[in-house]
Design a protein around this ligand. Structure first.
Ligand SMILES: C[S@@+](CC[C@H](N)C(=O)[O-])C[C@H]1O[C@@H](n2cnc3c(N)ncnc32)[C@H](O)[C@@H]1O
Length: 243
């Protein structure tokens, strides 16, 4: 626990540089398109970090942000002063009633848990989701390489913004990028020690289906192919209409 919170606190000093990285922007745009938000829905962001999701959501969406890092939530509150935040670990019973949320999103959070903790978290996600609500889950996958995301960024930036703007952008990204790559090395190392769990596409989908959450479509490879995204609908298999 000590190691976890110190690690994430250091990490958040550099985290928001990701908002300038094209594949990260694409990832959130894709997540938001799957969430199908509208004004009256209640959305839970599990492991919200510094609240980057909210930069991609339309205004007036009721988002509840939960994370166990006070540092992340402080940054989130600085960026979005009206945000509703909960400092809480997803490995504990969630502080919400049954059937409370219309949408639940968790991006790049579950991989930070040992794989034997996923079942409890998924059971809690299921408990607090309304019947027929949408659950969007994305996580870094096995063999994740941060460098591939940055290479993809440069390729797309060259195509969209041209050489000069790309050189300017990339030079200001170099130091935070090196820091993020170092953090990601630590993340990979911890995976070898069994603390984290990078799952492949099929494993992530099956973990949720085991809890009777219904997959909507196949697993998508996103974030420059370094993450797996799944959408689930919260209802029992035997109540799905085939019409
Ligand atoms: C890679 S960051 C992702 C943040 C955010 N979802 C995003 O995409 O920008 C992982 C987040 O998971 C949070 N986290 C890790 N373990 C957690 C736990 N047990 N309970 C709640 N949050 C946790 C960290 O504090 C961090 O904010």
């Amino acid at each position: 626990m000590e190691y976890q919170s110190k690690f994430w606190n250091d990490y958040f000093n550099y985290y928001d540089v990701l908002l300038r990285v094209i594949p990260y922007q694409e990832l959130f745009k894709r997540i938001v398109s799957h969430l199908q938000v509208s004004k009256n829905i209640k959305l839970l962001d599990l492991g919200a970090g510094t609240g980057n999701l909210q930069a991609f959501l339309p205004k007036n969406i009721d988002v509840i942000s939960l994370d166990n890092s006070a540092e992340a939530l402080d940054r989130l509150k600085t960026k979005f002063p009206n945000a509703q935040v909960y400092k809480h670990s997803i490995t504990e019973k969630l502080p919400f009633k049954d059937n409370e949320f219309d949408r639940i999103i968790s991006n790049n959070v579950l991989y930070t848990l040992p794989s034997d903790q996923w079942d409890f978290v998924i059971s809690e996600i299921k408990r607090v989701s309304k019947p027929q609500s949408l659950i969007v889950i994305s996580n870094l996958n096995t063999n994740f390489k941060a460098i591939k995301i940055y290479k993809d960024h440069i390729k797309k930036s060259l195509r969209n913004k041209g050489v000069l703007k790309t050189i300017w952008d990339v030079s200001s990204l170099i130091y935070p990028t090196i820091k993020m790559i170092q953090f990601n090395k630590i993340i990979n190392k911890n995976n070898e020690k069994g603390r984290y769990s990078f799952l492949n596409a099929e494993e992530q989908k099956l973990k949720f289906e085991k809890h009777d959450l219904i997959s909507v479509g196949e697993t998508e490879k996103i974030y420059s192919g370094q993450a797996n995204l799944n959408v689930f609908i919260s209802r029992k298999k035997n109540t799905v209409s085939t019409a």
